[in-house]
Structures are given as structure tokens and as C-alpha cells.
Design a protein around this ligand. Structure first.
Ligand SMILES: Nc1nc2c(c(=O)[nH]1)N[C@H]1C(S)=C(S)[C@@H](COP(=O)(O)O)O[C@H]1N2
Ligand SMILES: [Mo]
Length: 405
């Protein structure tokens, strides 16, 4: 039931209860009217998102981009997807914010204020690709439950912060450490304070990489609230669920972190390929680590009408922990492929830009398909890759339609 229908079934007294005040002229209120006080704020204004972004859900907030919105080399906030599992924390006081490092494999437990983090450790800036593990979920069949992301749950912004490694080493890492897990300030949708909406992590080896940051800035400014203000973990190239927002605590674990959304079918896929629709036992599921090779054509916008037979396309390609070694395009439904020009990433784990000049043989309808290959020779599949219960890791080729008129 949507909230409008829900509200139409409520009595005036109940609505007053929710609003926390009497509706003085309630008897004048039109029937089935949803009082503004019960309506959600405009998320585009609230989070300063472009009006072309697509809202997938409001409880919690989830919003994605369209391919042509992601044309910038460095993703600005207005085009960055939002993926929340719980409620965004309110009334954040930066001055009192503490990050605690603890865990059974930490030599001690230590807390740092934001000022301490900034003054004690060296600051780094990296451009890092963050893609939701469920990006592309909407195409799986049988369908997978969850946000029906199409292609827009990916971003590549500049993140500034201190290295997680430097802070973990300052606290002290025990020799039995194997994993880290994050804990954050967002709250569970049920309102239960003992439940965390999400608490994921990465193996220690990923945590210790140069580019794994405790970030306090995005694109040179304090991180926007939807993206984790005032402190966020950023683990580029891995499912973005590993990059904890509103970060309060990192636990150094002597076992695989067992926080919320680390088990079952959350961010896990069958270790071996299964037939679509199969039921997969828990112990046959493996945690997603590096994201697979993928690309997007960000110019032109699909549906473009061209009055010329030549077209310059451009976009980005990325490959999780790996680099993209080649990207090709096809205008004949994948029968033949031509190489695109591919740039180096601005740093490890940043997406890579590509462009190509296409000559169409004659007027008519075409599809432009793009296919990237990583340094391990894995290419993007042209159709859907392996089905999995939650619809993760869809890295099928992106396509756009164009008409030469
Ligand atoms: N604390 C917290 N961190 C979180 C989440 C969350 O719900 N709470 N969502 C995760 C998921 S699933 C994704 S895909 C990314 C999304 O990051 P973004 O909203 O900044 O694009 O944040 C991750 N970090
Ligand atoms: Mo995600």
C-alpha cells in the first residue's frame, strides 16, 4: 500500500497523533488529502540532486543516475547515486564525532576525533569508483528482490582523507587479524536501536591498500550528508556496500566480519554457477570482492538523432581491482568490434575514459554497444552474466540507440 492510500484510511485523530498536534481546521481538510506534514521532503532538493536522477525508493532513500548523466570525468554530487539501507543520522555534530578502532584483533582500542585524524595522519586524495553490487539488478530473470537498479548505481568522485592503514597501525594490528568490519551511525528502518542497517567489511589486505581511505571530503568539500558526512570508509573497486558511510567504528577482526548483510544472500553470490531461479545453500555462497569489468557510454544520450554519419562517443570503463586494458564498440549487434581510445586511470581504482569516432555506412537505426576487457582478459558479456539470488554483478555490455536521419 502506498502512503497516499494509507493516509486516506487514517482517521483525523490518528493523523494528529502522527503529526504530534491537533489539526485545528481538520474538519475542513479535503477527504483523502495527505497533509504536507506527512509528505516526504523533495529528495532532489534535499540532497541537491539533478532533477533527471531517478528515485527508486524513499524509505530508505535510493536514487540512481542515467548513463548520460555520468558523462563527467569526476562525478559531481548532483549525479551521484544514493544507496541507503537505513535512516540517515540526524543532528550530526562534527566537533563531537569520534571514530573508534577496536576489535578482538586490535592491540588496544582507540578513539580519534575528526581533528585528530586530520592533524595526526597524512591526507591523500584519490578518484575512486564506487559501484553498488546490485547495479543492473533490474534485468535478472527470474527477477531478484531489492532496488531495481538499471545502470546508474556507479560513481567516480574524488575522495580525500587519511589512509585506513595509517590509523589501524596507530591503534595496533594483532598478528591474528584477517578482516575489518565497520559500524555506522545510521539507524535501522524498524527503529530498533539494537539493529544495525548494515555493517560490512573487507579482508585486512584490502583495508591496508594505499587507496583505502577514511574520507572526510568528496570533490574537495565536506562529504554531502547522503554520502556519509562527516566520515566515510572508501574501498574503491569493491561493492560500494563495503564503503561504510557515517562511520563510527572499525573493528579489526580475527575472523570474517559477521555484521549485518555479511551473510546469507547479502552481497554474496553462488561460488559455482547455478541455473536461474535455483535455491542456493548458505555454505555454497561466496562474498563478493572485486567488482567485474564494466563500461558505460555516457555520450550521446540513448535515442540521439544524428544529422551526420559520423559520431564521437565517449564514456568510462572500470574493472574492480584490475585495470581495463581495452574497450571496443560495435554498431552491428556484436558481429564486429572496433577499438576505442582508452585513457589511463587518474590513479589505481579510478574509472578510465574512452572515446571513439564512429562512421555509420548510411542513414538508419543503429545500436552502439561497448565492451571492455580487463588485464586478466575478462570481457563484459553481451547478455546477462550468471544469475544469482539477489541479482548482483550484472556487467553486461551497455548499449545506446541512435538514428542517423
Ligand atoms: N552506514 C552505511 N554505509 C553504507 C550504506 C548504508 O546503508 N549505511 N550503504 C552501502 C551501499 S549498499 C552502497 S552501494 C554505498 C552507496 O554509497 P553512496 O550512497 O554514497 O553512493 O554505500 C554503502 N555504505
Ligand atoms: Mo550497494
Amino acid at each position: 500500500m502506498n502512503r497516499r492510500k494509507f493516509a486516506s484510511k487514517l482517521t483525523l485523530a490518528t493523523i494528529s497523533g502522527i503529526l504530534g498536534a491537533d489539526i485545528v481546521f481538520g474538519h475542513q481538510m479535503p477527504q483523502h488529502y495527505l497533509p504536507l506534514g506527512l509528505q516526504d521532503p523533495d529528495p532532489f532538493k534535499l540532497f541537491q540532486k539533478d532533477s533527471e536522477m531517478v528515485l527508486l525508493n524513499d524509505k530508505p532513500w535510493n536514487m540512481e543516475a542515467k548513463a548520460h548523466l555520468l558523462n563527467d570525468k569526476v562525478t559531481p554530487n548532483k549525479f551521484m547515486f544514493i544507496r541507503n539501507n537505513g535512516k540517515i543520522p540526524e543532528n550530526i555534530n562534527e566537533a563531537n564525532w569520534q571514530l573508534t578502532i577496536d576489535g578482538e584483533a586490535a592491540l588496544t582500542a582507540k578513539s580519534y576525533s575528526l581533528d585528530e585524524l586530520k592533524s595526526k595522519f597524512k591526507t591523500y586524495t584519490y578518484q575512486l569508483t564506487l559501484e553498488c553490487g546490485g547495479n543492473g539488478r533490474s534485468e535478472f530473470n527470474p527477477p531478484a528482490k531489492g532496488n531495481q537498479w538499471t545502470i546508474g548505481a556507479v560513481s567516480c568522485a574524488n575522495w580525500t582523507g587519511v589512509r585506513l592503514r595509517d590509523v589501524l597501525e596507530d591503534t595496533g594490528i594483532n598478528s591474528d587479524a584477517v578482516y575489518i568490519g565497520y559500524h555506522a551511525a545510521d539507524t535501522h528502518l524498524s527503529g530498533d536501536p539494537n539493529k544495525e542497517p548494515i555493517s560490512r567489511g573487507v579482508p585486512l589486505s584490502k583495508a591496508l591498500q594505499d587507496e583505502t581511505l577514511l574520507a572526510f571530503e568528496m570533490n574537495g568539500k565536506p562529504i554531502p550528508i547522503a554520502h556519509g558526512f562527516p566520515l566515510r570508509l572508501v574501498c574503491g573497486g569493491w561493492p560500494a556496500s563495503a564503503s561504510g558511510k557515517w562511520l563510527k567504528k572499525i573493528s579489526i577482526r580475527n575472523k570474517i566480519h559477521d555484521g549485518a548483510k555479511m551473510g546469507g544472500s547479502s552481497y554474496r553470490v553462488p561460488c559455482e554457477t547455478v541455473a536461474p531461479g535455483s535455491k542456493v545453500e548458505d555454505d555454497a555462497m561466496c562474498i563478493i570482492e572485486s567488482m567485474p569489468v564494466k563500461s558505460l557510454i555516457t555520450y550521446p544520450k540513448t535515442g540521439a538523432l544524428l544529422n551526420s554519419k559520423t559520431l564521437k562517443i565517449n564514456g568510462h570503463a572500470w574493472a574492480g581491482e584490475l585495470k581495463v586494458k581495452q574497450i571496443e564498440y560495435s554498431i552491428d549487434f556484436g558481429s564486429t568490434w572496433q577499438l576505442c581510445i582508452l585513457d589511463q586511470p587518474s590513479n589505481r581504482l579510478a574509472w578510465q575514459h574512452f572515446d571513439a569516432s564512429i562512421s555509420f555506412p548510411k542513414k538508419g537505426y543503429y545500436e552502439v554497444w561497448a565492451k571492455a576487457t580487463d588485464t586478466n582478459d575478462n570481457s563484459q558479456p553481451m547478455v546477462l552474466p550468471g544469475w544469482n539470488p539477489k541479482g548482483y554483478l550484472n556487467n553486461a555490455c551497455h548499449r545506446i540507440a541512435v538514428k542517423v536521419v
